[in-house]
Ligand binder design. Structure first.
Ligand code: NAD
Ligand code: A1AUG
Length: 548
């Protein structure tokens, strides 16, 4: 690997949004791409092993969440032996991939970002809409802007990490740090809710020279497969990334049983992550692995808004509605518990909140472009949310202020719902429902201290949270008081919508390892640094001066 220059990356900036307004070219192009994709359904999705399509006899189905009769894709599911082959071919591909220069590796992901920004933007968005139930804007910010930003900013952050070198060299010595890829393979497990996150779970370790097995969520196989194909088109060598949908437990077991398992890169629910950590931990105790595997996981949340009586009410209401109901509350960052001061509540917050939520239109994304809330992802989620709505309907501690109904006759639709309770320790403030259900607690203006305790300790999560207040002294006090309540903390803004390059994302406590997707910190988890001391001076005497 010769290198004859210090290359500079192109200037890295956020992908500009497209807005899809009436009569815009982008709206027309997106709708055309959607119709074209829709006409091809159901698609058949094979495994991607060593760059080749592999068919198996075990077939899974991805259905459309807003029309559950519609099969989006029939996908081939890997068994343990398919996974074994994928691991072996990834380890074979590793030899060449990790020896490519950083410029060559970065070029692959910069090209992938370019392809998504141009040739594949609408196809990837359409797949995210049909398969994961996003509306146009939610698809744009995920399957276009965020994935492009991840791919470009990862290159910038990797280059910055590589430039961190020892500050001192004694006379006749040159010290260097090499950021080696991990010894073995990385296992990336994707969630259904963000196409961008699925792509980055694979891309971040790949960029650092690792090879990856990607197990897509059963509910995002189509969009994840398109991302895989784009990476290959962008020049990723066959084998560096293996695409292995399948039974989550079987595929995971095959990976965790392998001596060369080097890292888990996971995004999904807290309980699944905990169980995977437990399996890996037991295997480590038995000495099953070459190295100590890195475990990186971003998981659930029960995110809060805290509205002080000095807050600007309209802005706090608008941010609350967006944070709770965009993408049906299926963002790990979604707002699900609101603490609002009695003064703000009675001065218009309650009325505006209820009015705005009742005005939200629910339905399929393109059936009526004014639909704001779409379907939840699958039968399991629908049944769980419906169960919550049925329970609270007869719960004397809970008042339903808006919503409360669910309908699965064509798709998995749950009404945006506002629940009010005087019991701040009710389950609605503790459990992550991952749907359009917001729990509200109204506090007396002079009980801010107690409310901070509630915000901080009602549940075990620590992902996102916002405070709304105009009084700067209050802002400062709350920011300090709630230091550990959220990994992404917002002042007078909603608790969702982190932008790569602006707010690195992730939380601690039960919400994950907080390695911050979209930052250099997470990239540092996928390298094993080597310190190199290169000495030019000859050694001459064994004895120390102090021995003489
Ligand atoms: N913190 C974050 O950055 C972040 C981002 C997105 C989603 N999330 C969280 O993800 C969850 C929603 O996503 P989801 O429904 O796809 O989560 P999930 O935990 O059901 O699934 C995530 C992935 O884990 C796999 N999986 C499930 N059970 C498994 C098992 N026993 N062994 C191995 N793998 C298993 C799934 O197949 C999928 O690929 C929510 O809890 C949300 O908060 C967190
Ligand atoms: N980037 C997202 C978080 C992704 C979680 O699902 C946000 O902040 O809204």
């Amino acid at each position: 690997m010769s290198k004859f220059a210090e290359f500079q990356l192109p200037v890295i900036k956020n992908e500009p949004p497209k807005h899809y307004g009436p009569n815009s070219a982008e709206r027309e192009q997106l709708i055309a791409a959607y119709k074209e994709l829709e006409s091809q359904l159901p698609l058949s999705i094979p495994l991607g092993v060593n760059g080749k399509d592999v068919q198996t006899s075990d077939i899974g189905e991805q259905r459309c969440p807003f029309n559950h009769k519609k099969i989006v894709a029939r996908y081939h599911r890997a068994n343990a032996s398919d996974v074994q082959k994928a691991i072996e071919s990834a380890l074979e591909a590793k030899k060449e991939w990790e020896n490519l220069s950083f410029a060559d590796r970065a070029a692959v992901f910069l090209k992938a970002a370019h392809l998504i920004s141009t040739k594949y933007r609408y196809k990837l968005m359409a797949a995210t809409m049909i398969g994961q139930g996003k509306n146009i804007w939610q698809a744009e910010i995920d399957a276009a802007m965020e994935i492009i930003d991840f791919l470009r900013f990862d290159c910038k952050y990797a280059s910055e990490l590589y430039s961190v070198q020892p500050p001192e060299n004694s006379l006749g010595v040159w010290n260097r740090t090499e950021y080696r890829p991990l010894e073995g393979f990385v296992y990336a497990v994707t969630p259904f809710n963000f196409t961008a996150i699925g792509g980055n779970l694979a891309a971040a370790p790949l960029l650092m020279g690792n090879v990856v097995l990607m197990k897509p969520s059963d509910y995002a196989v189509l969009s994840n497969r398109i991302v895989y194909d784009i990476f290959l088109e962008a020049g990723l060598p066959a084998g560096a990334l293996q695409f292995v949908p399948g039974d989550a437990i079987e595929v995971s077991k095959a990976c965790f049983n392998h001596y060369d398992f080097a890292a888990l890169h996971f995004t999904g629910s807290t309980n699944v992550f905990r169980s995977l950590w437990g399996i890996i931990g037991e295997n480590v105790a038995q000495g099953k692995y070459r190295t100590y595997p890195k475990i990186v996981g971003e998981t659930g949340g029960k995110n809060f808004h805290l509205v002080h009586h000095s807050a600007q009410i309209r802005s706090a209401v608008v941010n609350t509605v967006r944070a709770a109901y965009e993408y049906q509350g299926q963002k790990c960052s979604a707002l699900s518990r609101l603490y609002v001061s009695r003064t703000s509540w009675e001065a218009g917050f309650r009325d505006q909140l209820v009015q705005e939520v009742k005005a939200l239109k629910v339905g399929a994304p393109l059936e009526d472009l004014s639909n704001f809330v779409g379907p939840v992802i699958h039968r399991g989620s629908f049944d769980k949310l419906k169960g919550v709505l049925e329970r609270v309907a007869t719960d004397s501690e809970v008042e339903v202020l808006a919503g409360g109904k669910a309908d699965d006759s064509t798709g998995y639709f749950v009404e945006p719902t506002v629940l009010l309770s005087k019991n701040p320790n009710h389950d609605i403030f503790k459990t992550e429902f991952f749907g359009p259900i917001l729990a509200v607690y109204v506090f007396e203006d002079d009980s801010l201290e107690q409310v901070c305790d509630l915000v901080d300790s009602t549940n075990s999560y620590g992902l996102t949270g916002s405070i709304f207040a105009q009084d700067r002294i209050v802002v400062r006090k709350l920011a300090e008081r709630l230091r550990n309540a959220a990994g992404n903390f917002y002042i007078n803004d909603k608790c969702t919508g982190a932008v790569v390059g602006e707010q690195p994302f992730g939380g601690a406590r039960a919400s994950g390892t907080n390695d911050k997707a979209g930052s250099g910190m997470i990239l540092s988890r996928f390298v094993s640094p080597r310190s190199v001391k290169d000495t030019f001076a000859y050694a001459e005497s064994v004895l120390y001066p102090s021995n003489i």
